[in-house]
Design a protein around this ligand. Structure first.
Ligand code: PHE
Length: 448
């Protein structure tokens, strides 16, 4: 029953947890670099529109399915699909959530490594410090990926209230505080204003660029943790007294706000680095993104800052680690909730076994990084997330009982039937979102 399977104790706790899932490397790393490569503010604008047109409607769909069924994706489809064949989709979502965890934890492990390095330097262990940031070292990568798994597993063992909610409520405010501090500091450095221009002045020639729209759509899916059941599972732990429409708005706004803030930090930081002689463009003349940006350009920038460089680097990599951790717990919670609700297994043992399983996959990815990593990223984020999102739209728009949907929305919000939300959302979730998702999906298969 609802209470025995755990419930968030307050709307604040829920918002911190769900925003914690949404806000991650996708916001702080993915969003700024995509923006820089896609015409600056033009990308930001398209992203904002898509986050509200597709992201928010789909987020609401997951919350509704989750809270109505009080279950994980498999249990949910089994309970409310009226015998229609959606259960395999639930299983697929759970697997994809786990696979996202497997690649994400490797990136997160790197963040942890860079957060640890200054401590070795401080105690004069320079060899250790160098080892810690040696991106090509296999045992180093295995060690830090494993440390990150232990953190994730440790929190998920605690369950909804004393694991997810407690830690998200502590970590998210810390993250936001650190980020604002660092952004303000970077904006005072010389060169920052050139970055601001690139970020904030739209190149309107690019706004109709198909590639830009597709990147923005993919970004909004990944960033809001959609499709794979994370938001469905978190939704299943929301108390009946809460207003889902409002919670969804808060989570979407928080996700967008942090992505925007990250742009104010990263892009100016790159131009500050350029000012001190670092190369920030690749051969094609595009701003460098990916690992080179985070693990080369930014560290060089911190090094050039003198005394403030070490604390600045520390703050940056700790905040990246925190952002990753509040996301990774939401990924692991998906399969764990399946084991606990549907299989009636004990939470602690399930978390170790499932966490251990995806850890093993991560280690395989670390070892065969060049061959496998990119494949898993594109399989999960480019193909599976949009496809699963499409199914969720079809499910809530065309299959799920309409009275049940309305009933769920009315809890904590009795007036919803006459609200603007009800005039707009059903149309989006039935028609607009699925159509747009199909377009992205076909594009990713290179049909156009
Ligand atoms: N939203 C997270 C980020 O932006 C990633 C994520 C994807 C989390 C899918 C959960 C599920 O980094």
């Amino acid at each position: 029953m609802a209470t025995s399977r755990g419930e968030f104790s307050s709307s604040f706790g829920f918002i911190m947890a769900a925003a914690g899932s949404a806000i991650g490397l996708g916001n702080i790393w993915g969003f700024p670099t995509q923006t820089a490569q896609n015409g600056g503010a033009a990308f930001v604008l398209v992203y904002l529109v898509l986050a509200f047109v597709i992201g928010y409607p789909l987020l609401m769909a997951e919350f509704i399915i989750g809270r109505h069924s009080r279950s994980n994706p498999v249990g949910a489809y089994r309970a409310i699909s009226g015998g229609k064949p959606f259960v395999p989709v639930g299983y697929f979502g759970i697997i994809v959530a786990g696979l996202i965890l497997s690649f994400y934890s490797i990136l997160a492990g790197w963040m942890v490594a860079y957060a640890v390095e200054p401590f070795f330097k401080l105690i004069g262990a320079d060899d250790m410090a160098a080892w810690t940031v040696n991106q090509g070292n296999l045992s180093r990568n295995i060690l830090f990926t494993s440390i990150f798994y232990l953190l994730t597993i440790g929190i998920i063992i605690g369950g909804v209230k004393s694991g997810i909610e407690k830690w998200s409520s502590r970590l998210m405010p810390t993250l936001i505080f650190m980020m604002i501090l660092l952004t303000i500091y970077v904006l005072t450095l010389s060169g920052a204003s050139d970055g601001l221009k690139v970020y904030l002045l739209p190149d309107f020639n690019k706004i109709t660029d198909a590639q830009l729209i597709l990147s923005a759509l993919g970004q909004s899916f990944f960033s809001l943790s959609l499709g794979v059941g994370t938001m469905l599972v978190y939704g299943s732990y929301i108390a009946n007294k809460e207003n889902l429409v409002k919670l969804g708005v808060f989570v979407t706004l928080a996700d967008i706000a942090i992505a925007f803030l990250a742009g104010l930090l990263i892009i100016p930081a790159m131009y500050v680095a350029a000012n001190t002689g670092t190369e920030i463009f690749d051969e094609g003349g595009n701003l460098i993104s990916g690992p080179t940006l985070v693990f080369q350009i930014l560290p060089e920038l911190f090094n050039s800052m003198g005394a403030i460089g070490v604390p600045a680097a520390l703050v940056f990599f700790i905040l990246m680690s925190i952002a990753a951790l509040t996301s990774s717990i939401s990924m692991l919670e998906v399969p764990v909730s399946y084991a606990v609700d549907t299989r009636n297994l004990q939470r602690k043992a399930s978390t170790w076994v499932i966490g251990g399983f995806f850890w093993a996959i991560s280690i395989i990815l670390v070892i065969y990084f060049d061959k496998l990593f990119g494949l898993v990223v594109s399989f999960t984020t480019q193909y599976s997330q949009p496809l699963l999102g499409l199914v969720i739209c079809i499910f809530i728009g065309w299959v799920m009982n309409r009275n049940s949907v309305l009933e769920e929305l009315k809890k904590g919000n009795p007036e919803v039937a006459n609200s603007l939300f009800m005039k707009v959302w059903p149309f989006f979730v039935r028609i607009v979102s699925p159509l747009l998702i199909v377009i992205v999906f076909l594009q990713s298969l290179n049909v156009f």
